[in-house]
Design a protein around this ligand. Structure first.
Ligand SMILES: Nc1nc2c(ncn2[C@@H]2O[C@H](COP(=O)(O)OP(=O)(O)OP(=O)(O)O)[C@@H](O)[C@H]2O)c(=O)[nH]1
Length: 295
């Protein structure tokens, strides 16, 4: 009875003896090895692999070197009483293989097709990756959004808590941005936000953290940077933005930024840095905009 069900099964079943000669297989196993049962039984595992490989069929062999693959497979087969692993085939199908060894070192192989599950899993992984990216990235400018910025800065602060170094946070707000939108329209306003992002990020070092933390508000975190150097970097960004108007659709849009900056030792929290730089930003606005003020 069990033999009848094994023969009917969609899963492939095969038994290799201690010399790795195939002594039994069902029809599904034969079909998965692209030969009738009679042509497979009596052949060794190695012969079957070589046969499929020479016909461009069977398991995808990463190294493109069938000898290296066989060397690896021989090492792994019977290395444990039970093994389970996934195999992708040259025709695009995926199989879950399991190998069971008995006391006489005979090996029972079971092959179950999992192509559908692999496709779903791949789609799900891609979607998850995109979703987590979306959660941290600002769609308009491509830089970190508020959450992405906070995450990165908090990780950095955690890493540097005991380093005894200085870090700087700068809060940037576009000046009179409402007028830009009112005069040129929201679309050009959006382009201005992209323009500012590009100008700022090209001035920054690879490990500086930049993000859009509000509608027309950006923030920069400079680790390991004392006040004077930080001021120079941020002021250069301010000068560059003031000197590089956005030219778009025949318009020239002049932009400037106000910046509040604070430098603290590595024990400061994100909230402390943010509150202090916001305070300095308020000062920069009150004193006439297009300037950097330090806390
Ligand atoms: N185009 C565009 N505009 C935005 C976006 N987010 C916020 N804004 C605009 O930014 C403007 C901010 O205006 P306010 O907060 O009044 O400040 P301001 O005009 O920049 O003036 P000051 O900050 O005082 O220099 C508003 O008009 C918002 O509509 C966005 O994603 N795209």
């Amino acid at each position: 009875m069990i033999n009848e069900f094994i023969e009917l099964s969609q899963d492939g079943y095969g038994i290799y003896d201690q010399d790795d000669i195939l002594i039994f297989c069902n029809s599904a196993f034969a079909e998965l090895n692209y030969h009738p049962k009679e042509q497979l039984i009596g052949r060794s595992f190695e012969e079957i692999v070589r046969l499929n490989y020479s016909n461009g069929r069977g398991a995808k062999i990463d190294s493109k070197d069938v000898n290296a693959f066989l060397h690896y497979a021989h090492k792994m087969r019977r290395s444990r009483p039970f093994r389970i692993f996934e195999v992708d085939f040259m025709d695009g199908r995926w199989y879950l293989f399991s190998e069971q060894v008995n006391e006489s070192r005979f090996l029972l192989v079971q092959m179950k097709e999992i192509t559908k599950q692999k496709i779903l899993q791949g789609g799900l992984e891609n979607t998850l990756e995109k979703l987590s990216e979306l959660a941290l990235v600002d769609e308009l400018t491509g830089c970190a959004n508020r959450r992405g910025f906070v995450n990165s800065v908090e990780n950095e602060l955690k890493r540097n808590r005991h380093a005894g170094t200085y870090s700087t946070m700068a809060l940037i707000d576009l000046d009179l941005f409402k007028k830009v939108n009112d005069e040129f329209g929201h679309q050009i306003g959006d382009a201005a936000l992209q323009h500012v992002t590009k100008l700022a990020t090209t001035q920054l070092r690879q490990y500086d953290i930049f993000g859009r933390v509000g509608g027309e508000e950006f923030a920069i975190f400079l680790r390991n940077t004392d006040q004077e150097i930080a001021f120079n970097i941020i002021n250069r960004i301010r000068e560059q933005i003031a000197a590089t108007p956005l030219k778009i659709n025949g318009h020239t849009v002049f932009l400037s930024i106000s910046v509040g900056l604070v430098t603290e030792d590595s024990k400061a929290s994100f909230e402390q840095l943010y509150t202090k730089s916001d305070f300095a930003l308020y000062k920069a606005k009150a004193l006439g905009r297009n300037q950097v003020q330090q806390y």
